[in-house]
Design a protein around this ligand. Structure first.
Ligand SMILES: Cc1ncc(COP(=O)(O)O)c(C=O)c1O
Length: 300
């Protein structure tokens, strides 16, 4: 049976997420704010896009084939995105997490058929688990035949996936995007959007929304609780000219942003979306650009 506009397979509905004009938060200020509802990707976050592109590129060039094992370190969304893509393509997936990973994320990973390995040693000075996670990934890669590490912090397929993200935003707003507020961790999203903006000579000013305690944009490392944005080590995908400005957001400001989103717009979103709210608030005080795209990210 041929049905017009039918999606073929669950992965075909990754991307093309709705861009919604927020109607209440800035009221009649003349500041047009749009939220890109990445939580409506089938795996629940913007990371579905990176997971899909990384795996499909590796399959296309023969780096991996069905039955192989993908191993990645992730405390949440990238892991879930990879778990779904691996389940679809018949790949095994081992997700290396740490004790900060939520019970819900572990249950979702397992429901997709992933094996979950939890590290327990943190850096004695910083309390961070990143190195322990990467050490375990390396060990597993050596032990498991035909295994592949996507390395989301370095893999160029990650930013490539987000040329399309920005293409969708620019297409919906006729290219008239004054400001873009983008949560950052691996820098895949912001780098892909920035590359698209520059290649198409858009006038868009790019704001990186990072966590206080993250080192990506030169901040001091400090403990932080909200997952999603921020990084304890500067990712290899980082480039000095990725953003015109960086806004650093505290955990508390993320929570306040989430509460405003749900109370005023009835949008239930996660921490990095709450962080994203900080940028438009600041810009709306300093001027009123006519249009802005805002890249929201995940379900709570
Ligand atoms: C919900 C969410 N938003 C934003 C980001 C940051 O995106 P990127 O890794 O592309 O910098 C992440 C990263 O894990 C995330 O999980």
């Amino acid at each position: 049976m041929i049905v017009e506009n039918m999606n073929e397979g669950i992965l075909s509905v990754i991307g093309n997420t709705p861009l919604v004009k927020l109607t209440k938060i800035f009221g009649s200020s003349g500041f047009n704010l749009f939220a890109k509802l990445e939580s409506l990707n089938p795996g629940g976050s913007v990371k579905d896009r990176s997971a899909l592109r990384i795996v499909e590129d590796a399959l296309a060039i023969g780096l991996i084939r069905p039955g192989d094992t993908i191993i990645e370190s992730s405390s949440g969304n990238m892991g879930i995105g990879l778990a779904q893509v691996c389940a679809y393509y018949g790949l095994c997936f081992i997700c290396v997490v740490d004790p900060k990973t939520t019970r819900l994320n572990i249950d979702i990973l397992k429901a997709f058929g992933a094996t979950v390995e939890v590290v327990s040693t943190s850096n004695s000075q910083t309390g961070d688990f990143l190195q322990a996670r990467l050490d375990l990934v390396e060990k597993l890669r050596k032990e498991i035949d035909r295994s592949f590490w996507p390395d989301q912090y370095r893999n160029l397929a990650n930013p490539m996936a987000h040329h399309r993200t920005m293409h969708e935003i620019a297409g919906a707003l006729n290219g008239e995007v004054d400001l873009l507020f983008c949560a950052t961790s691996t820098c895949g999203t912001i780098r892909g959007c920035a590359e698209y903006i520059r290649a198409h000579r858009l006038r868009t000013r790019i704001y990186a929304v990072d966590a206080v305690g993250s080192v990506i944009f030169g901040g001091q490392f400090a403990k932080r609780l909200i997952p999603g944005h921020g990084a304890a080590v500067r990712p290899e995908l980082y480039q000095p000219d990725l953003a015109d400005e960086c806004i650093q957001v505290t955990d508390l400001q993320c929570v306040i942003g989430c509460r405003r989103l749900v109370r005023e717009e009835a949008i239930l979103a996660g921490g990095s979306s709450g962080a994203g709210m900080r940028g438009p608030r600041r810009s709306s005080r300093t001027g009123s650009p006519p249009t802005t795209g805002w890249c929201a990210s995940t379900a709570p």
